[in-house]
Design a protein around this ligand. Structure first.
Ligand SMILES: [Zn+2]
Ligand SMILES: [Zn+2]
Length: 312
């Protein structure tokens, strides 16, 4: 999205010809843009410009050259051939690009690809900048661009060639989730399973198996194995996948329940598996939910989920 799309006219900032590379920035507070529509990115960008040119900063223009948003778009700030107010010590030698992510915000694959596309474009003959990618903290002592983005700067992720974003890649992506922490299951109500480990070594509380980074939706094929303990003899257990969508209030509501599987159970400990394929709409997420209909509390003691998905 260019300045003229934004209605901004050409940047009043001083001319420069930054040639030494691209510097990555972030926002010091979480913006949650990955879970909002792209129009929120445009609003963020406009607000950032107002803040930078307003009384507290008083700069000539928005501080950065560009923003790469979680939906995979590049938004123009000062743009080409302008000095910036982004990384003192490198404002006229390097271009700047903010991810607009806060410390806990995800950096999406589309966003990484947007930085790669920007970098490749800047390296083309017209501008011919160095392919070097740095972080703000390489210039001065600052938390920027955050530990997540800085790790991607250091391991060369941003300096790779951009991928194909046209969605004609037939190979599915894969994720695997595991759960070792026991989770209580009250009789008669559905509980979303919290997985505690992911294939890439990340640990935490993962409820959504697909849809966190696939903001434009995905086709998925999910297989889940669950072990229940403490079930009443003869009690029925049920498992299903459920798609959630934002409830407009920062939370999530059920968008669509997938068919229930209700395995036969012999009492005490039960292991069962479930799989489902589906077409996940834009902005939705998939969770696994389990219910049991005994008289006493039971526990999910372990679970695994294999997730194959094709992004749209
Ligand atoms: Zn910065
Ligand atoms: Zn966006």
């Amino acid at each position: 999205m260019s300045r003229s799309d934004l209605g901004w006219g050409s940047s009043p900032a001083e001319q420069a010809n930054p040639r030494s590379g691209l510097v990555i920035h972030y926002d010091s507070s979480d913006q949650n843009l990955a879970n909002k529509n792209h129009s929120s990115c445009v609003t963020y960008w406009r607000n950032t410009r107002s803040f930078h040119t307003g009384p507290s900063r008083g700069w000539a223009d928005i501080g950065y050259s560009w923003m790469a948003c979680p939906h995979g778009y590049v938004l123009e700030g000062r743009g080409l051939y302008r000095t910036q107010a982004a990384q003192p010590g490198g404002n006229s030698s390097h271009y700047s690009c903010t991810l607009a992510t806060g410390p806990s915000d995800p950096i999406t694959p589309d966003q990484i690809n947007a930085v790669r596309q920007l970098r490749q474009w800047l390296m083309e003959p017209d501008t011919s900048i160095s392919g070097k990618v740095l972080g703000h903290r390489d210039f001065i002592s600052t938390s920027c661009p955050g530990d997540k983005a800085y790790a991607l700067v250091k391991d060369g992720t941003f300096a790779k060639a951009p991928g194909n974003t046209e969605g004609d890649d037939d190979m599915p992506s894969h994720r695997r989730f595991e759960k070792d922490k026991a989770q209580k299951l009250e009789p008669g109500s559905w509980a979303s399973l919290a997985f505690d480990k992911r294939h890439d070594g990340e640990t935490g509380e993962f409820y959504a198996l697909v849809g966190v980074e696939e903001t434009k939706g995905a086709y998925y094929d999910i297989s889940v194995g669950v072990t229940l303990e403490g079930l009443d003899s003869g009690a029925e257990a049920q498992i299903r996948l459920t798609e959630y969508e934002p409830n407009g209030d920062g939370g999530w509501k059920v968008a669509r329940n997938r068919p229930i599987d209700s395995p036969v159970h012999v009492g005490g400990r039960a292991h069962f598996t479930y799989s489902w394929k589906g077409n996940l709409g834009e902005g939705r997420r998939v969770r696994v939910r389990v219910a049991q209909y005994g008289k006493v509390e039971a526990q999910v003691t372990s679970a695994t989920a294999d997730v194959f998905y094709w992004k749209r």
